[in-house]
Design a protein around this ligand. Structure first.
Ligand code: NDP
Ligand code: MG
Length: 382
């Protein structure tokens, strides 16, 4: 049966790679919805090729351009942030790939779960902000959340077929990013261009900066906690600069399973979209003779404070992960706009955590409010 896919954020790094996967397996998938924030040109080009039922261009100033191009093709065009959530109600969608960046994914993902769609989750920030809310709702609605993040896909691939065997420990691998091994002094003056130059992965700007600061791994720890129902002391982060082992699971008999492969996001994307089948590909294969050694080291949490901060907020729970996420989004933007230095990203987050009030058992409105308040505080700090 053909699976009908909605891609939230089709013009981004994950979105475009997902379309490549879908294109190669057009007998298995059909595109139902595509969305973009600003990139009207690419959204139009993708829509002409993949003929979705409808598209959303979030920026209302771009609506006319998209409408004029796609209305003659009988493709419905919507605009505005709210439309992202409302199109998720369409009965004709089977799987929603959440490839938006940051907090913007929260409300559309909630709507997709509410209306029973399978989620292929790339947008990790959604689980960081409101992991408990999301996973509870998914359970209530009987909705599967299939990970797209490469580490979480690796863990998922390790536990497929092990459902009755509890996880003892998750070993989350990290590349260490472009600044692995540097001291604080050496990080004082690093530039935006250096931070954007990731050694192993070509990704969107926000996650690339998160990788350089190790916040990405911090967000992934929280993501793993919710996806796999483990406690924080069952998650270990290990730096593995070659990015070949994408993560590991240790079971109660002490056995460790790992998933390996070349760093290529098309693989985890297609594992989620095609689950439980493995779809045939002609992508380059890993060759042991190209890698004389695979190495491992402990993360430097003194220098890369964000990883420690993420463990802290995950321990405190409540709205703290939401505060951390919002502060990080604003701080990363500030760094990309060259308003603050690399090390100041953690300062902004720490200050926001002190200044925005703690809510122990937040409901959705509290997350919306905490996100808004934190952004205002962070902007003031920058
Ligand atoms: P990109 O920045 O490349 O793409 C983001 C997409 O979301 C674009 O389509 C963009 O539209 C749209 N978008 C951005 N901001 C908003 C907003 N406020 N409202 C609505 N739409 C918006 O990001 P990535 O593809 O790199 O990352 C997407 C998600 O996947 C992130 O959560 C990231 O952490 C996660 N992820 C990414 C990986 C990767 O390899 N890239 C790996 C693992 C996880 P437009 O193009 O018009 O701006
Ligand atoms: Mg990852």
């Amino acid at each position: 049966m053909v699976r009908r896919i909605a891609i939230l954020g089709s013009t981004g790094s994950i979105g475009t790679q997902a379309l490549e996967v879908i294109d190669k397996h057009s007998d298995q998938f059909e595109i139902e919805v595509l969305t973009a924030h600003n990139n009207a040109e690419l959204l139009i080009e993708q829509s002409i090729k993949h003929k979705p039922n409808c598209v959303v261009i979030v920026n209302e100033d771009r609506y006319r351009q998209v409408f004029d191009a796609l209305d003659p093709l009988n493709i419905k065009v919507y605009s505005g942030e709210k439309s992202l959530a409302s199109v998720m109600e369409m009965d004709s969608i089977d799987i929603v790939l959440t490839a938006l960046v940051g907090y913007s994914g929260l409300l559309p993902t909630l709507k997709a779960i509410e209306t029973g769609k399978t989620i292929a989750l790339a947008n990790k920030e959604t689980l960081v902000v409101a992991g408990e809310l999301i996973t509870k709702l998914a359970q209530e609605k009987g909705v599967n959340i299939l990970p797209v993040d490469s580490e979480h896909s690796a863990i998922f691939q390790c536990i497929v077929g092990e459902f009755q065997n509890p996880i003892e420990k998750i070993v989350l691998t990290a590349s260490g990013g472009p600044f692995r091994g540097r001291t604080k002094e050496q990080l004082l003056d690093v530039t935006k261009a250096q931070a954007l130059n990731h050694p192993n992965w070509d990704m969107g700007a926000k996650i690339t900066i998160d990788s350089a600061t190790m916040m990405n791994k911090g967000l992934e720890v929280i993501e793993a906690k919710w996806l796999f129902g483990v406690s924080l002391d069952q998650i270990e982060v290990i730096v593995h600069p070659q990015s070949i082992i994408h993560s590991m699971v240790q079971f109660e008999d002490g056995s460790l399973k790992a998933q390996l492969g070349l760093p290529d996001m098309r693989l985890p994307i297609q594992f989620a979209l095609g689950y439980p089948d493995r779809l045939k590909t002609d992508y380059p294969r890993f060759d042991f003779s190209d890698y004389a050694q695979l190495t491992f080291e402990k993360p430097d949490v003194e220098t890369f404070r964000n990883l420690g901060l993420a463990f802290e907020v995950a321990t405190n729970g409540g709205n703290q992960p939401c505060i951390l996420n919002a502060a990080n989004e604003i701080a990363v933007q500030g760094f990309l706009e060259e308003k603050i230095g690399f090390l100041e990203i953690s300062d902004v987050i720490e200050n926001c955590l002190k200044r925005v009030s703690y809510i122990r058992t937040p409901v959705l409105e509290d997350f919306v409010e905490s996100d808004k308040e934190t952004r205002a505080v962070a902007l003031e700090l920058i």
